[in-house]
Design a protein around this ligand. Structure first.
Ligand SMILES: C[S@@+](CC[C@H](N)C(=O)[O-])C[C@H]1O[C@@H](n2cnc3c(N)ncnc32)[C@H](O)[C@@H]1O
Length: 271
């Protein structure tokens, strides 16, 4: 028996979809202040409305195409990044019971969770529902009991978890793909317990003025098309440093086999 895919977090979602949390009216219309409230009454957004706002539903074939290519085409990348992941995830050992992986994808990180805690409770949030079967298989291969893992269709901009509820949040290669990096980082801080860890590995834009940066800029629109909204030119490391975490360890590396998505920043931020 494993946890259900459906939203079992409706009270949380109700909190998440407060208009003031999202910065404007969640019905998607921009109302004029004042007069608008008398003229319109906004329907309560459902969890699907919230996801749709940040990650419009793709056709099934596209979601499956992307999920399968993440599963099959990232193997040499995963081999190259494994040393970094081993070190980073060792910070989970023994103290992280409640984990949320944002943009969990096909679950390539589960094998690094092993020592996190005896009775793990893992939420994998991703807007692409086709990722679930791959993530579940990866969890089983990693020895995570099915009951310890819930896949929830959700987005980083409205994480499906309560305030101060998670010991750790993990996000690898995700802030390149979310619609709103600022809001996603705000959500990470909301959901982490005080002192909780945010572990990240991200690809970011090459330094300004380099040939690689120009190539990334030229290929960015194509990358967004074929890689489900992934941006090549984001300066996400800078955004993490400006997000107001209580402390931050941030490092940069260039990976030889994946030039286009180099450099990477990786590290830990503490709430
Ligand atoms: C490049 S993949 C990385 C997946 C996985 N974290 C990994 O390291 O292989 C990007 C993932 O982010 C998900 N994603 C896209 N938009 C998102 C959003 N707004 N919030 C959370 N995840 C999102 C995609 O569905 C996809 O699974």
């Amino acid at each position: 028996m494993h946890a259900s895919v459906t939203y079992h977090v409706s009270p949380i979602t109700a909190t998440l979809i407060r208009p003031e949390r999202l910065g404007c009216c969640t019905c998607g219309r921009r109302h004029l202040l004042g007069a608008s409230s008398a003229l319109f009454s906004c329907p309560s957004p459902t969890p699907t409305d919230v996801i749709e706002r940040f990650h419009a539903q793709r056709p099934d074939w596209y979601e499956e195409f992307y999920a399968r290519s993440m599963d099959q085409d990232m193997r040499s990348y995963e081999a190259q990044i494994s040393g970094y992941k081993e070190k980073l995830f060792s910070h989970l050992i023994g103290k992280s019971k409640n984990l949320l992986e944002l943009g969990v994808g096909t679950g390539p990180n589960f094998k690094y969770y092993a020592g996190a805690a005896d009775d793990l409770n893992i939420i994998g949030a991703d807007p692409n529902k086709q990722m679930e079967k791959y993530a579940r298989d990866a969890a089983i291969v990693a020895g995570i009991p099915p009951a310890s893992f819930s896949f929830i269709r959700g987005v980083g901009e409205a994480l499906p978890a309560a305030d101060n509820s998670m010991d750790a949040i993990i996000g690898t290669l995700v802030l390149c793909s979310v619609k709103d990096v600022y809001l996603s980082l705000k959500e990470v801080k909301r959901v982490l317990k005080p002192g909780g860890l945010y572990l990240f590995i991200l690809h970011v834009a090459a330094p300004d003025g380099t040939l690689l940066r120009s190539v990334q800029a030229a290929l960015d629109p194509l990358q967004q098309l074929v890689a489900d909204g992934c941006h090549l030119t984001r300066e996400t490391g800078k955004q993490i440093s400006e997000a107001g975490f209580s402390s931050l360890n941030l490092n940069m590396t260039f990976l030889s086999n994946v030039t286009l998505i180099s450099p990477h920043v990786y590290g830990i931020a503490f709430k």
